[in-house]
Design a protein around this ligand. Structure first.
Ligand code: BTN
Length: 326
């Protein structure tokens, strides 16, 4: 086993037990001496892990560093595809841009890129995604599904539902989905998704799912000029969210939903999207390119387009744009 994999296994075993694990048990599980276990624990401490050592009880993981690392994210992740390769950066222009470059160079399906801060975080429709250091989650995933380019927008359902599920798993808050890919808490935007694709006429080469979740950002960090009322999980719930635990929960949900998507198509994931959607049956105002109109939302079609019934009975199909609840 490499140093990293022993470190990862120790973290996994300490996390799984929740309390103390004896040096003898760890050495047995890992097939290394108790002295080696102690050396690895010292190494992990050097990386910011607080591990208590009590002679009669063994070792207990008290706290992890508040920084995403391949070691911390990957230990015991046990996903099938998502997280096959983990790239964790301190600062970058945009995790989507990095993931896109890696995918062009042949990065495997499931490659995940995270950053502590983004200097040019990208939002939808050419907007900026505010990305201060140390507080939020900025994450991009490379997927290589064997689908046609028109079907790629179905992957939006997948990432939105995964974020909603991760919020439920890590907080007591109730996320709502707003078309096409916003997550709201109490009507304010807490997460956004930007999927980018490299495709030929007939086939998708790869898709990058870009996910930004405001975890512990304060209102004062949001800055002026954000279009929608925005918030963070900390502002709404009053409790700091463990960034690593949230990221791991999100990767697991993505993995499970992607598995489902590959096995059963977009139907089941879209059904969950609709169930969670804050928009069905609501009156909305749509701004899509040069088009502006109001109407009642009927649902979404299998390609993710919003179906809006306009006065007079016609049904408008909206593929991209901004939707405001009336
Ligand atoms: C939106 O406008 O709602 C989409 C925001 C998407 C932001 C995420 S943060 C991680 C990834 N990297 C980026 O540059 N953008 C996405």
């Amino acid at each position: 086993m490499t140093t990293d994999s022993v470190d990862g296994r120790i973290l996994e075993l300490l996390r799984a037990g929740g309390g103390f694990a004896s040096g003898a048990a760890l050495s047995r599980e890992l097939g290394v001496s108790r002295t080696a276990v102690w050396k690895h624990v010292k190494g992990l401490r050097g990386q910011g892990y607080r591990i208590e050592a009590v002679p009669t009880k063994g070792y207990c993981l008290v706290a992890s560093p508040d920084l995403l690392t391949p070691l911390g994210l990957g230990a015991g992740l046990a996903t099938r595809r998502i997280g096959s390769r983990l790239v964790c950066l301190r600062e970058t222009e945009s995790t989507n841009a990095v993931a896109f470059r890696l995918a062009e160079e042949g990065a495997p399906e499931g490659t995940v890129v995270t950053a502590d801060a983004q200097t040019a975080g990208k939002g939808r429709l050419g907007r900026v995604w505010i990305s201060p250091p140390g507080v939020n989650l900025y994450l991009s995933v490379v997927l290589r599904p064997l689908i046609s380019p028109v079907a790629a927008c179905q992957l939006t359902f997948l990432s939105v539902v995964a974020v909603a599920r991760a919020i439920e798993a890590c907080t007591t808050l109730a996320p709502q989905i707003k078309w096409p890919n916003d997550i709201l808490i109490a009507g304010k935007k807490v997460a956004g998704l930007l999927n980018e694709m490299n495709a030929e006429t007939e086939k998708v080469n790869f898709v990058v799912l870009g996910i930004g979740v405001n975890l512990n950002m304060r209102h004062s960090q949001l800055g002026a000029g954000v279009r929608h009322p925005a918030t963070s999980l900390l502002e709404e719930g009053g409790v700091e969210v463990d960034r690593e635990a949230f990221a791991r929960a999100l990767l697991r949900e993505l993995d499970q939903l992607y598995d489902r998507f590959l096995a059963d198509g977009e139907g089941p994931v879209r059904a969950e999207w609709l169930e969670r959607s804050a928009i069905r049956g609501r009156q909305v105002r749509v701004s899509s390119g040069a088009r502006e109109f109001s109407g009642e939302v009927q649902g979404v079609d299998s390609f993710g387009a919003l179906l809006v019934q306009v006065p007079g009975g016609g049904l408008e199909t909206v593929l991209s744009g901004d939707v405001t609840l009336c």
